[in-house]
Design a protein. Sequence first.
Length: 327
Amino acid sequence: MISPNEPNIQLDPQGRLKHFLTIEGLSRGLLTEILDTAESFAGVSERTVKKVPLLRGKIITNLFFETSTRTRTTFELAAKRLSADVLSLNISASSASKGETLLDTLRNLEAMHCDMFVVRHADSGAAHFIAQHAAPHISVINAGDGRHAHPTQAMLDMFTIRRHKGDFSQLKMAIVGDIQHSRVARSQILALNTLGAKEVRIISPATLMPDHAETLGVKVFHKLEEGIQDVDVVIMLRLQRERMSGALLPSEHEYFQLYGLTDERLEAAKSDAIVMHPGPINRGVEMNSQVADGPRSVILQQVSYGIAVRMAVMAMAMQTQGQGSAQ
Ligand code: CP
């Protein structure tokens, strides 16, 4: 998506994050800066008054053209904790449903002096398109586009892993499930490789594995028990039926028999391995409730850390507009 021959539109001339559209093309230093900045914001959630004045007077608009629970609400909370004014456009109740084009919607929001768009869209490349066409002062954050990228999800996952496991260079990681249709997996693989993870494995039935998956910088497995052997982190993914064309699986029951995570199967991983899932979980499909609610699951911590990580990304992007320090 980002051509090596073009300037990276995510960065301003000083190399700072202006838009956050994909992990691709970002340096280890910049990803680490996001994690460190999120660390400085994590304590805000523990305070009686859960707010800092960093983005007071700024307008952040959530443009969610696709359903979301975690991403939309944590972006909204994060913006409010930074003291920004937040607009959450209900797309199904907006004039987009009367035929208004995306660019006309943007122009109208720009006329209201918005400073940032947070965009979720079913089409890959939608956030990039908006960043290319928005007014120069506006920052665009990708909250998930098609099967392409979900960079803030990847960074909240990296934050969770770093909090539990520390140094990435010592870690073996397993990402299990519908890799083919997963924007989360693509962003996680890029982030883990950029941050120097020791080994990244992907585990999936052949029908849900992308062609030439090895070129992503991963080891490819088709058997769950083999793939999670001695790993430090197991990331389970949802079957993304909304992006599948045709029947790629016999049944969810059969999928669980082969790829569903249970306590017994988890014994193949390291004894202190953590279990992650970006949500929403389909219990009894990718994992059972014993694992989802068990002592090794950090799934709800991922959601909590999403607020601090999204605060960090928004604060850093606004910094490029001269709004002071993110710390
Ligand atoms: N992980 C994630 O993107 O969840 P939502 O679809 O609920 O935002």
